[in-house]
Design a protein around this ligand. Structure first.
Ligand code: TYM
Length: 333
């Protein structure tokens, strides 16, 4: 069985982009019997972007509740919190010691943050931290610890998986065959979903549509999706429209073909958005009810994550022992 692993950073509330790009395909795969899946909450990664403890805590709760509400079967996969598996941060240090600094300099996320920081005033908050710089090393440890072969992610994460692969190769070259080489799995049919302003939907742009908004709020958010000023009756270009792009992510191929022709016939924006609301709402309504119940049930969340951490550590502890021994940190006796 191939080992599949993916994570989600616990900052903010899960949004339609995370759902379509990561959570929905991961859960679908977890229900199939022919693979061994690891899904986790990247809560140490969260500290890079968020230094508000209450927000970090709340986000992990919301994301855990989201996966469980959507039907993740924790008996068939391993579902855990990164920070519950201390072996991962130990491995991070070892990887830090073989990872070239130059490799990290090339990270898109790091370069974007440096540029952002230069544009801000000098007393702008905390700027670029070591955590941000070495973010891909922690991510490599997440992946290599479990010898994951397939890492399903959105396109924005491909570079990080390639870096993990580089680190695995370098480690294997120096210390002997230890890690499997991971591969990013990007579903070509899944676009990076755009947000309210037409840029990639992202917590850092503040343009997201949270997945489990109540109906009224969901409608309100969808109405805020930026559109051009074409009037009802004027043909609209589906291929440059965020409304159409999100539609595609939720619709069947027939529904998509139908909406395409409605765009060409000049459907009013209000009507297209109403249809989009109904489509999304019908997919998420049931899970939303379960989500709201689970969110209140801290004991259930803790029990699920404890079970996951135990399963994850059963893999991580022997793997770390192997790594320690490979680098010269074995016992004496
Ligand atoms: P994160 O939390 O930014 O995103 C989680 C997953 O959601 C995908 N995604 C999207 N997909 C489609 N449209 C969007 N607008 C959109 N926004 C986000 C991301 O591609 C990702 O797959 N570093 C990772 C978390 C991580 C990880 C790992 C992933 C930590 N360790 C090990 C895989 C393996 C991150 O910040 O994802």
């Amino acid at each position: 069985k191939p080992r599949v692993l993916t994570g989600i950073t616990t900052t903010g509330t899960p949004h339609l982009g995370n759902y379509v790009g990561a959570i929905r395909p991961a859960i679908a795969e977890s229900l199939s019997n022919d693979q061994d899946s690891f899904f986790f909450l990247a809560d140490y990664h969260a500290l890079i972007k968020c230094q508000d403890p209450a927000a970090v805590h709340q986000s992990a709760r919301e994301i855990a509740a989201t996966w469980l509400a959507l039907g993740l079967d924790t008996d068939r996969c391993t579902f855990y919190r990164q920070s519950d598996v201390p072996e991962i941060t130990e491995l991070t240090w070892v990887l830090n010691c073989i990872c070239a600094k130059g490799l990290m300099n090339r990270s898109h996320a790091y370069k974007a943050a440096v540029q952002d920081n230069e544009e801000k005033s000098e007393d702008a908050d905390f700027g670029v931290t070591m955590g941000l710089f070495s973010y891909p090393v922690l991510m490599a440890a997440d992946i290599l610890m479990f010898n994951a072969q397939r890492v399903p992610v959105g396109r924005d994460q491909i570079q990080h998986i390639e870096m993990a692969r580089d680190m695995a190769q370098r480690f294997n070259h120096i210390y002997g065959d230890t890690f499997s080489l991971p591969e990013a799995v990007v579903d070509e049919n899944i676009a990076l979903l755009n947000g309210l302003d037409g840029r990639k939907m992202s917590k850092s742009y503040g343009n997201t549509i949270p997945l489990f908004l109540g109906e009224k709020q969901l409608k309100k958010h969808i109405n805020k999706i930026k559109t051009n000023l074409l009037e009802p009756g004027e043909p609209k270009d589906p291929d440059t429209s965020t409304v159409f792009q999100i539609w595609t992510a939720f619709a069947t191929p027939e529904q998509t073909a139908d909406m395409r022709s409605q765009f060409e016939q000049g459907i009013a924006w209000g009507e297209a958005k109403k249809a989009l609301f109904e489509l999304i709402n019908s997919e998420v309504a049931e899970a939303r009810t379960r989500y709201n119940e689970i969110l209140e049930d801290g004991a259930y969340l803790d029990a699920e994550l404890k079970k996951g951490a135990e399963k994850a550590r059963a893999h991580a502890a022997p793997m770390l022992a192997k790594v320690r021994s490979a680098v010269g940190l074995a016992k004496f006796g």
